[in-house]
Design a protein around this ligand. Sequence first.
Ligand code: HEM
Length: 483
Amino acid sequence: MPTATSWLTAAAATAIAAVAIVLIVWRTRRRRRRPGLPPGSFGWPLVGETLDFVSCAYSPHPESFVDKRRSLYGSSVFVSHLFGSATVVTADAEVSRAALQGEAARALVPWYPRSLTELMGNSSILLINGPLHRRLHGLVAAFFKSDHLKSQLTADMHRRLPAALAAAAQSSESPLLRVQHLAKSVVFEILVRGLIGLESGSEMQQLKQEFQEFIVGLMSLPIKLPGTRLYRSLQAKKRMARLIQRIIREKRAGRGAANLPPRAAIDVLISDGSDELTDELISDNMIDLMIPAEDSVPVLITLAVKFLSECPLALHQLEEENMQLKRQKTDKGETLQWTDYMSLSFTQHVITETLRLGNIIGGIMRKAVRDVELKGHLIPKGWCVFVYFRSVHLDDSLYDEPYKFNPWRWKEKDMSSGSFTPFGGGQRLCPGLDLARLEASIFLHHLVTSFRWVAEEDHIVNFPTVRLKRGMPIRVTKKINDD
Ligand code: HEM
């Protein structure tokens, strides 16, 4: 009869043998390198280098993951193993550009963690490829670029923002305004109106609430059982989709009554008339488009306020530029148009520098559908490529004193060079980039022309998404007679 000790010994021996086999297979994989693969290591069995990546991502310097390997391998392009996939990481501007645009980019399809793909669904603009992607991207991008939407968005901001700022500023004797929260609540409603044409009211409130439930699941464990985070987020998405599909049916029923220009992105997709653009596809995509409305744009605004609070010279110049425009317009009895905001050169430099230093979207992942070569580096079929914008934006060979907030650098620097890609590039270049800049410009204009503030201490958190730990609290005082 085997004793308990001999069982344990046998079990331990089996476990050790299993671990040894895994290690041998892993090491063999590492040794049998295919020509053209960049240098690097897969790290530990199963987890690869994910733990180091995540621990760096939680630190104030997420790019330290790349920095360590760059100095170890002497290359900004290296092999790793992240989130369960063999990956080539690129922190090289030229290689990154090749991954985003050109022939090779066609064989690289978007890759996101499981929880995100579950929640976004198979027909999301962020995931689909080929002709349907090009059609959807083209329709959405054309509408987002339209003068009509930019004018509507500017008028909406004028209606809501001063009132929201004033209300927050009057809430107590020494009011503490959390920029991130205020920006979220203002920007969400305005962009949702631009997306689905919904006005403020009970349905907007319902959508806001459901969206809060939805968005927290984006970075959850990919388990879809009742009660799990992902399950609850999927349920919230279903309820939002029902509401939006009802709006689509109403719009379809009322179509033809008037040949009015589209008021919202949803109108453009409905009137396209293609069988591929089903109600379900349209509603799913409208929800996906709310993600930057709720997250990226408010974070851009909040980061700009943080960086300005730490750089009085830049704040002063921004204030001067905006006060001058305000006075000019008041003297002529005119209201500001979207073109006025976009023509403020220093304000635009502040936004550009915030995008560079803040790295709201640190990087993007793609998966190779066949063997791909990027500037001499092989990405084997089935591998991922991680295009890490953050390391490029903070590269001291491309930017002098890269950690310094220096909006003036953009007076000379060319934004269209491949070393500045906060909005991605190529066929998937963010179609909302002008809207993001416009909303940030209007927000900053109203804040600096009507208020003074003293910022409280706050910290940037970089993972899983960029945000301010305390929401960027500032103590505001209303300016008297625009002093
Ligand atoms: C500061 C704000 C924003 C940042 C930093 C940002 C960044 C990005 C980046 C890096 C991509 C490329 C993703 C990829 O290549 O896989 C992207 C794509 C996209 N963005 Fe934005 N974005 C912002 C605001 C917006 C806004 C306001 C909208 C619209 C409401 C928007 C809609 C989209 C869409 C639809 C795509 C997918 C394009 C495609 O795959 O065809 N974004 N964004």
